[in-house]
Design a protein around this ligand. Structure first.
Ligand code: NAG
Ligand code: NAG
Ligand code: NAG
Ligand code: NAG
Ligand code: NAG
Ligand code: NAG
Ligand code: NAG
Ligand code: NAG
Ligand code: NAG
Length: 894
């Protein structure tokens, strides 16, 4: 039927085009008929029912000023499918945006007929096959965006005709061949993003020579050869990303001509030689990431001239010498990562004075100084990684000043003396405390027991003696411990994390006894039977693999990307009706655990798997997962999140994932939904959460408030807003950036307490890993911060923006994206534009609430101010999440 009507339309159009020449009245007729036919073919929501006599007012359609021809067509974000070839009949089209839909098949070569077209955006679809060479006829084209599709083959040479092209984006496809030389001859080109493809060959040596290139992003390809000198010929480059290729040769001296460069990312290549001293001329430099190359020589002092430098990552190279004391001038420096080189000398005390320093990673070098007493006097350090060096002397008592530290790694050094009791002052220590493989002696301080957030403690291979203090039971969050190869004596305290550890965690001590060592405390030879019992678990494997969190983060991102891809493929398969196999055979759980002890009895994995097999249990389909409701035989109700990946990657890195989940399950906060367990079968991962009866904040705001029985309740909404802010402030406090803040990811319990969910999908803050591969994990439509388009980085200020959108939703009861706002206007723009439109705040706020009482109205206006601050276009102007909480609490209290 659809095909028939489509064919009729086509015949009709063929008939039309013969009338096309007759006159202007026919032109009106023509574009109207085409638009109607497009509406039918693609089932554009709203188009069918709208006033057909004025098609120029339909959503997404903009006509020429005399209302005869369609000039702009914006169908982005409708999840449309169907044949888009008809659009090529809109001969006057200048601007076409079909991004963020489900279009498949080849890009129609007929688009080459759109002679007036200046802007073509087909990104975030499923267009496949090769790029049609006919697009080369679009001589007026200024912006071409084909990113995030399934395109294959090479860039056709015919595109050389696009002489006016300024913005060329083709990232995340399967394009191959080499990057053609003629791209360097496009004199208007400003932005070229071709990352995450399979391009090989060299970076064209004329790129940037004839145009004012400002962004070049080619990461994650197979590019060889050198970084061409030409990229800085015009000095307009702002972003240079070449990470993860096979580039060789030296960093060109001419890099210093790029005075406007803010970001240089050239890690994971095969670059050699030193860093050119001209780097000091790039005064705007913010990020410099060149890890995992073969760069050598000394770290040049010239970096100290880059006063805005925020991240310097030179890890895994062959640098030698010392860290220049001049780095102490870098007031903006947040991360200095130089692990895996041949650096030596003292720990650079001047750098510790950089007032924004958050992470100092000197691990795996040859540093041979002592730990300075003023190590934490001025800094905001959260990560201090000094492992695998030759650091001597004692751990100073002043280590207790490092109250902000989340992770302290000092393993494999030459430290002597005893562990100072002040170590117990580092109350925020959470990720790991590693003092292993040193020459520490004396007793374990009782005060260690105060570290109640710490997950991993390793003091193995020292000369520590005495009992393991029972006070260590205060370490409520412990998962991994290692006391092995010391001189400890006496019974191992009865404490679940100890008894659950493999006996290898206690072996090699003098007189240690009790579980998990075989033999009771009566049998003091017990430790001799070094039998690996059934308790040998993935933890041992993990200990061997090492605790590289950064590796995990990287892996998580990769895993997530695979998951997303698989999700799409799965969706395609399901559409083809291919799910019968899955239902007929019930798979077996390969691994699973419940982290919360008192829920272990209540959860039945068979019932979980059964629930997930039934489509009727589906609650919602999110960005990364599908959520099911699962009734346990015990009466408990679970919400089960199913992540799917057919890739071996996830199986391979399973243990790391489990570890991270387990850590997250310890992340206790009133406003965070944490995983209570997981199950893995075949290649499917199931995350178990509590089931929250009141659904999501989206449902609360947009569904229930439409119902007749709805009672306006501003205090509840304000409490929800404050709770969400508190949950996010906590996440930021432990350096976790949420990747997908939206009202759909806020759950409400039976008392309408909000719980921020999807935290698992977030990674630990690590801008050093911030290649744009994270771009696929941008978040939900309408909540994505504007700067994301340039930085491709999800940041804390970006989170604040997304939160601001949620707050606006709460205040206005409007969706973040709504056609009622008008062309290209989202909720944020609509609210910010209110005064310019001469509207009062009352016209913005949900009148059902703001008109109830004077005090509600006053509070809503105050909250609106907060939301406006949060959604400021400039990331630096947005308040910190913690500040947001304070402002909202003030509103509640006043
Ligand atoms: C359709 O639009 C035309 C012109 O804008 C207007 O005159 C007419 O009343 C509208 N018809 C309906 C049913 O809304
Ligand atoms: C309307 O405008 C378009 C482009 O702006 C032009 O090609 C066409 O001739 C105009 N038609 C009339 C009737 O003025
Ligand atoms: C779309 O329609 C055109 C005719 O308008 C036809 O030539 C083409 O094959 C169709 N494409 C697909 C994928 O069906
Ligand atoms: C595609 O590229 C254009 C030009 O750079 C840009 O304006 C647009 O936002 C991009 N589309 C998406 C969906 O990111
Ligand atoms: C590019 O990929 C296509 C398949 O998509 C393949 O046939 C072709 O050989 C590849 N070309 C190169 C240079 O790798
Ligand atoms: C690019 O331009 C240069 C100089 O104008 C010219 O010599 C070269 O042939 C052009 N290359 C291509 C591939 O068009
Ligand atoms: C450093 O950053 C600040 C704030 O973003 C900016 O105003 C200033 O111009 C930058 N300095 C240089 C030298 O680029
Ligand atoms: C440091 O590295 C440079 C370049 O590789 C080398 O010439 C020099 O001898 C090295 N210095 C030391 C002390 O190893
Ligand atoms: C540290 O190592 C360097 C290079 O090997 C050496 O020159 C220096 O004397 C050492 N310093 C100390 C205090 O051992």
């Amino acid at each position: 039927m659809a095909i028939l009507s489509f064919l009729l339309t086509v015949f009709f159009l063929v008939g039309l085009s013969s009338r096309f020449q007759l006159g202007n009245s026919q032109l009106v007729f023509h574009d109207q008929e085409v638009v109607e036919a497009i509406g039918k073919e693609l089932s554009v929501p709203g188009w069918g029912v709208m006033n057909t006599t004025d098609f120029c007012s339909w959503h997404g359609v903009i006509c020429s000023s005399n209302s005869t021809m369609v000039e702009r067509l914006d169908l982005s974000g409708f999840r449309l499918q169907g044949n888009v070839t008809l659009i090529s009949e809109l001969k006057g089209l200048k601007w076409l945006d079909l991004s963020n839909n489900n279009f498949q098949g080849s890009i129609p070569f007929a688009f080459g007929k759109l002679a007036e077209l200046q802007y073509l955006d087909l990104s975030f679809n499923k267009f496949g096959n090769s790029i049609p060479s006919e697009l080369g006829k679009l001589r007026s084209l200024k912006a071409l965006n084909l990113s995030k599709n399934w395109l294959t083959g090479a860039i056709p040479d015919e595109l050389e005709g696009l002489k006016n092209l300024q913005d060329f984006q083709i990232f995340t496809n399967n394009l191959n061949g080499s990057i053609p030389m003629w791209i360097g001859n496009l004199t208007s080109l400003k932005v070229f993003a071709a990352y995450e493809n399979e391009f090989s060959g060299v970076v064209p040596v004329n790129l940037g020579l004839y145009s004012d290139l400002s962004l070049l992003n080619l990461h994650s390809n197979q590019l060889e050869g050198t970084i061409p000198e030409s990229i800085c010929a015009n000095g307009n480059l702002e972003f240079l990303v070449l990470t993860q290729n096979k580039l060789t040769g030296k960093i060109p001296d001419s890099i210093g001509n790029c005075k406007r460069l803010s970001s240089i990312r050239i890690g994971n290549n095969k670059l050699i030689g030193g860093i050119p001293k001209s780097i000091g001329n790039i005064s705007s430099l913010t990020y410099f990431e060149a890890d995992s190359n073969s760069l050598s020589g000394e770290i040049v002092t010239e970096f100290a001239k880059c006063s805005n430098l925020t991240l310097l990552n030179l890890a895994s190279n062959e640098f030698n010498g010392t860290i220049p004391p001049e780095f102490g001038q870098l007031n903006s420096l947040q991360e200095l990562i130089v692990s895996g080189n041949n650096l030596y000398g003292e720990i650079p005390t001047s750098v510790l004075k950089c007032k924004n320093l958050n992470k100092l990673d000197l691990s795996n070098n040859k540093f041979n100084g002592t730990i300075p007493a003023d190590i934490c006097n001025t800094s905001r350090l959260q990560y201090l990684l000094l492992g695998e060096n030759s650091i001597r002397g004692e751990i100073p008592h002043e280590i207790g000043n490092c109250v902000k530290l989340l992770e302290l790694e000092m393993g494999s050094n030459e430290l002597t003396g005893s562990i100072p009791p002040e170590i117990g002052h580092m109350k925020n220590l959470q990720i790991s405390l590693n003092l292993s493989h040193n020459r520490l002696h004396g007793k374990l301080p009782q005060d260690l027991g105060k570290l109640d957030k710490l997950v991993s403690l390793d003091v193995s291979d020292n000369q520590l003696s005495g009992n393991i203090p029972p006070a260590l039971k205060g370490m409520q969050s412990l998962i991994e411990v290692d006391f092995s190869s010391n001189q400890f004596t006496g019974p191992i305290p009865t404490f679940a994390p100890f008894q659950k550890s493999p006996n290898s965690s206690f072996l090699g001590n003098k007189d240690l006894c009790g579980d998990p060592l075989s033999g009771g405390c009566g049998d003091l030879n017990g430790y001799d039977h070094s039998v690996y019992g059934h308790k040998v678990s993935y933890r041992i494997v993990l200990a061997v693999i090492g605790s590289g969190l950064a590796v995990f983060v990287c892996v998580t991102v990769v895993v997530l990307l695979f998951m997303m891809r698989e999700k799409q493929e799965k969706a395609a398969k399901e559409a083809a009706g291919n799910t019968i196999d899955e239902i007929s055979s019930k798979p077996v759980i390969l691994a699973g655990n419940v982290f919360v002890d008192n829920l272990k009895q209540a959860i039945d994995f068979d019932a979980v798997v059964k629930a997930v097999m039934k489509d009727s249990n589906k609650i919602c389909v999110g960005t990364f997962s599908t959520v099911y409701k699962a009734d346990m035989p015990s009466g408990m109700i679970l919400s089960v999140k199913k992540l799917k990946s057919m890739d071996q990657t996830i199986i391979h890195h399973q243990s790391k994932m489990i570890r991270e989940l387990e850590k997250l399950s310890k992340l206790v906060h009133n406003n965070l939904a944490r995983p209570i367990g997981f199950g893995i079968y075949e290649d499917v991962v199931l995350l178990l959460h509590e089931y929250y009866a009141n659904g999501t904040l989206t449902q609360y705001l947009h569904n229930s408030s439409q119902k007749p029985e709805y009672k306006p309740d501003w205090p509840t909404r304000l409490a929800i807003a404050t709770g969400v802010a508190e949950g996010l402030a906590f996440l930021h406090h432990v350096a976790i950036i949420h990747l997908d803040i939206s009202s759909g990811n806020v759950l409400l319990d039976s008392n309408f307490r909000p719980l921020v969910s999807e935290v698992e999908i977030s990674r630990l803050l690590d801008p050093s890993r911030g290649t744009a591969s994270i771009s696929a994990v941008a978040g939900s439509f309408g909540y994505i911060p504007p700067e994301y388009a340039y930085t491709m980085q999800v940041t804390a200020p970006g989170n604040v923006y997304s939160y601001g959108v949620v707050l606006l939703e709460i205040l206005t009861t409007r969706l973040p994206v709504d056609e009622a706002f008008g062309e290209g206007i989202d909720l944020v723009k609509w609210v910010h534009g209110a005064s310019a439109r001469g509207e009062t705040p009352e016209q913005i706020l949900d009148a059902k609430l703001s008109t109830i009482s004077f005090s509600w109205r006053k509070e809503m206006l105050a909250a609106l101010k907060v939301a406006l601050l949060c959604t400021d276009m400039t990331p630096a102007k947005r308040p910190k999440m913690k500040k947001v909480v304070e402002m909202l609490q003030e509103i509640t209290e006043s």
